[in-house]
Design a binder for this molecule. Sequence first.
Ligand code: CA
Length: 225
Amino acid sequence: MARILVVEDEMQIARNLRDYLEDAGFEVTVVGDGGAALASARGDRPDLVVLDLGLPGIDGLDVARELRRSTNVPIVMLTARGEETDRVVGLEIGADDYLVKPFSPKELVARVRAVLRRTSRAGAAEVLRTADVEVDLSKMRARVDGHTVDLTPTEFQLLATFVREPGRVFTRGQLQEALHGAMLESYERAIDAHVKNLRRKIEPEPSRPRYVLTVHGVGYRFADD
Ligand code: CA
């Protein structure tokens, strides 16, 4: 049973989310502020964190930053309408997905399942190799030029999608689909943010990418030469 940590200070929403997630078969812990969230994440090592960005005390984005410093636990952010900058910043920090309030608890359950699915799509003992990049799907480990790189689940899936078909041009929509299984919402800037993070980690010179190439006006492709 996957364990979910819900970080939400509005008790009504928190209770509602807990009920829905428990009904969906998850084990749920609820905390109401950032300090408790970090303590719980360190102590209980949840499989996924649902993180409200508007928190008393430590800001939600700082909580995400702190989580990323020590773990690759998947993060689904909850944001208020109009907090678009926060969403992009959150994705740049390495959060995996977000929902805009108000959302239906069913939608949250679907997103949580999708993120967990792509996190644990580890069953196949498959190692993909192209150029100097090696992606071990079962171990969820990526190596560039012989060096292991530390990727979030989303970055890992993005890299695996590229490396499966070197040279293929992907639109942002197709990449979005590869990450989520379905195009739930069009947010091209999110893909750009994930690509930027991935480049920072695997490219020798992120400003002059050698692996993940931009196809202007279309999207991206992985180098095939
Ligand atoms: Ca809040």
